[in-house]
Ligand binder design. Structure first.
Ligand SMILES: *Cc1c(COP(=O)(O)O)cnc(C)c1O
Length: 646
């Protein structure tokens, strides 16, 4: 059962006493989603402790300032290699703890699904940090297979070959055995079996085969349809039995060694995982009894990340931790096997999100704030229109006992004034006055209801309506596409000034000119909040916000909407002196994004030069204007697609 969270009133302003870092910790709930990696120091800056509590800490704000001095401007994607290492270690640690707790007679051999984040530096690091755990890779397509084959160099680590496969894919995987790889070809479609049999005969290489089972126990939430009888992938039980028969005919049944299932990503409920485990474990045991030389069970992905820190079955959360997940996997499989005297298999999981989410942070700058609803109200003058006088009186008299009534009076005045205007009875100036009085009233009412324990239903939206818009230098479509596509929540908060009370309430708008390029849903303990507590901008100081836990899926799903390209990215590695910048991957230049859509830089420049020449001949442009135009044009082509000078 999906347990939906009940709506709660907007979070109240914390008391009027001096604001502390602890207040910010509570407000942004950083411990619930950020532990053990993210915290706040006494200067009010976010800190990153990539090795958790094992020492080493980076001040994120100082890091961003440091990178800026090196010409690396925001928006900036910062990857912490040590977090990645820590995630891999933790996952393996949880499984090894579970294995000894249940006295499980076999090992865990996890694999990293390349599709979660295919960036070369990251996959290289996964292989490097995973080496001592014999951590392998999972490929879901031919290009991912090419990556995995070239990068995986860990003896004994598994190379799980998933996805749709053609002859070339299968042959390549088979021959890689000769290079010392352990490729397991997982049949996702019945038709793949014949191709494998033919290739194995032709090459005289014995394959290691797996089958992906279509389980009947369904996942829930967004990826619920990844499992179940009508899932896109996997073999039905009937098909699995046909695979067994066919392999027997070829005297190849000993090739079948692995059972795989994947019920979807971000499974928020542990009971769903347990159901799937039980069903899969039974299939495994039966395959062993049918004579297949079973040795591996691959429980797929799905291990969730608690993006909102609520520990619930809310889609952006999960009601279990990695340790309890590992306990359940080990216990369920052991029980099924021992009760039927089948040896327990090597455990494989393809946990992607859980490994890659935490390691990267996107930091961007706020370009400006729009506060249309916040003008000073001047005193009533003689002879103002009666409707203005009415509204003014309402505005003046708003208090704790009449605010709800006052709201409806103000609303009514505004509606009346709007129709008077349409009929030509009010001037534009008078309409503006009404508008300001109306918003002024709303603001007064809002400051009253923020102090209440309970907000009346009809006033619930006021906070959202009156929120400021923070215009930010990044693209939702490029950097957190899942927020736009599937309403995925990510923790978002300022990375500095956290010892200062955030007195504003805002939503976030990106730099694309798409009205979907916005964020107006934020994490909360229960349900979501529609406004985020933010600081007013300080003159002459850049205000930076960070989006956290965005290391899985976002980069590759990101697109070039409005031709905003990849952001600058850096890899930070802890050292004994502090940190080192390991790799810098400059964001796309305009020349690069324009090339994706078939514009050639030289050709564009030449066209501009000709047009300018023509205008010069026609005396429509001066020489210095022409020079400036061409200079800017060329400079832009070489530059970052995001805003750099304003
Ligand atoms: C996407 C995918 C994964 C990764 O899932 P996570 O939930 O990110 O761990 C694993 N296995 C398969 C087959 C997948 O398609």
């Amino acid at each position: 059962m999906q347990e939906l969270k009940a709506p709660v009133p907007p979070s109240p302003l914390f008391g009027q006493s001096a604001w502390t870092v602890q207040d910010s910790e509570e407000l942004y709930r950083i411990q619930t989603w950020g532990e053990p990696y993210f915290g706040i120091n006494q200067e009010g800056h976010i800190t990153v402790s990539p090795r958790g509590d094992r020492g080493g800490c980076v001040d994120l704000y100082s890091l961003v300032s440091d990178l800026k001095l090196r010409g690396l401007n925001t928006p900036l994607l910062i990857r912490f290699s040590d977090i990645l290492a820590d995630r891999i270690e933790r996952l393996n640690g949880c499984f090894s703890k579970a294995i000894s707790r249940y006295d499980y007679g076999n090992v865990y051999r996890g694999v990293y699904p390349v599709k979660v984040n295919q960036q070369r530096h990251l996959v290289e690091e996964v292989v490097k940090y995973g080496k001592s755990f014999q951590f392998g890779l999972e490929a879901g397509s031919k290009p991912e297979l090419l990556i995995a084959l070239a990068l995986l160099k860990t003896p004994g680590a598994l190379l799980i070959c998933n996805g749709y496969k053609d002859r070339e894919y299968i042959e390549t995987a088979l021959i890689s055995q000769r290079l010392g790889q352990t490729p397991i070809i997982v049949l996702e479609q019945f038709e793949e079996l014949e191709v494998v049999i033919q290739a194995a005969k032709k090459l005289n290489i014995k394959p290691i085969l797996g089958v992906r089972a279509k389980l009947t126990s369904k996942g829930i939430g967004r990826w619920g349809s990844s499992a179940g009888d009508r899932a896109k992938f996997g073999l039905t039980v009937t098909e699995i039995l046909e695979v067994v028969e066919r392999l027997k005919e070829e005297e190849m049944l000993d090739a079948l060694q692995l059972l795989h299932f994947h019920i979807g990503s971000q499974i928020s409920s542990i009971s769903v995982i347990k159901d799937a485990l039980r069903e899969a474990a039974q299939i495994y045991v039966e395959l062993a009894e049918l004579g297949a030389k079973m040795g591996y069970i691959d429980v797929g992905g799905g291990l969730g990340v608690d993006y909102d820190g609520s520990k619930t079955t809310f889609p952006s959360s999960k009601n279990y931790n990695t340790q309890s997940y590992a306990y359940d996997v080990v216990a369920e499989i052991k029980e099924a096997c021992t009760s039927r005297n089948v040896p327990v298999p090597v455990l494989v999981s393809e946990s992607g999100r859980a490994i890659a989410s935490h390691q990267s942070v996107l930091v961007f700058d706020v370009l400006g704030v729009n506060k249309t609803h916040c003008r000073e109200i001047t005193a009533l003058e003689k002879n103002e229109h009666s409707i203005i006088r009415n509204l003014y009186e309402t505005y003046e008299n708003i208090n704790v006992s009449n605010f709800q009534e006052a709201y409806h009076d103000a609303l009514q005045c505004k509606e009346e004034a709007d129709s008077l205007f349409s009929l030509g009875y009010l001037k534009l100036k008078q309409r503006a006055r009404i508008e300001q009085l109306f918003w002024g009233s709303c603001n007064k009412i809002l400051s009253i209801i923020r102090e209440l324990d309970y907000v009346p239903d009809d006033l619930e939206d006021l906070e959202k309506i009156l929120a400021s818009t923070y215009y930010c230098n990044f693209s939702v479509f490029q950097s957190i596409p899942d927020h736009w596509a599937i309403d995925q929540l990510f923790p978002i908060m300022p990375i500095h000034r956290l010892n200062e009370q955030p007195t504003e309430r805002g939503t976030i708008a990106d730099v694309t000119c798409d009205s979907d390029g916005k964020i107006d849903e934020f994490i909360d303990l229960r349900d979501v909040k529609h406004v985020l507590e933010l600081h007013p901008l300080n003159q002459g100081e850049t205000y930076y916000l960070g989006i956290f836990l965005n290391g899985a899926y976002q980069e590759i799903l990101g697109d070039l909407h409005n031709l905003f390209g990849d952001t600058n990215a850096v890899h930070i590695h802890l050292t004994s002196e502090g940190y080192a910048i390991e790799h810098v991957v400059k964001g796309d230049t305009m020349t690069e994004v324009l090339q994706y859509v078939q514009y050639n830089r030289d050709d564009l420049l030449e066209r501009m030069r000709r047009e300018t020449e023509r205008a010069l001949n026609d005396k429509k442009i001066t020489l210095s204007e022409a020079r400036l135009l061409l200079q800017n044009y060329e400079h832009s082509l070489n530059g970052y697609t995001y805003l750099t000078e304003y």
